[in-house]
Write a new protein. Structure first.
Length: 134
């Protein structure tokens, strides 16, 4: 937060675009909004689909559940009807399984889709909190 405080001070002297590279945790959304961060990105939801076999599930309330597909039983991971999963399933590929390039790529796209849905909720919540405090 110290860096963001410094950036805020510098921006008051000379406006500039602020992009935070490599941090996209949903827990930071409101803080980034408060500090006036223009954009941010991260890739953990993509890379963990490959490296850890992590499958993300958006609960509809802005939270992401993580399922390690390498160590989970298929019946313990929710079935998903998002576009990436539906397309892959029509081709006989289940993104909740691990072990092939196709399942890993499908899971990565699924995770990005789930993150996008959770981010949308987090941005809405950050906006409403900010409006209430003005």
């Amino acid at each position: 937060r110290g860096i963001l405080d410094d950036v805020t001070r510098l921006r008051s002297e000379q406006p500039f675009y602020v992009h935070v590279l490599g941090v996209s945790a949903l827990s930071w959304v409101a803080e980034f909004r408060d500090y006036g961060v223009d954009s941010y990105d991260g890739s953990s939801m993509f890379f963990t689909a490959f490296t850890a076999g992590e499958w993300l599930w958006h609960d509809g309330n802005g939270r992401l559940a993580e399922y390690p597909v390498k160590r989970s039983r298929l019946e313990d991971i929710p079935s998903c009807n998002c576009s990436p999963c539906s397309v892959m399933r029509a081709q006989g590929i289940d993104t909740r399984t691990y072990g092939s390039n196709e399942t890993n790529m499908g899971r990565a796209v699924h995770n990005i889709n789930q993150y996008r849905q959770a981010l949308s909720v987090a941005l809405t919540e950050a906006s409403s909190v900010r409006q209430l405090t003005l």
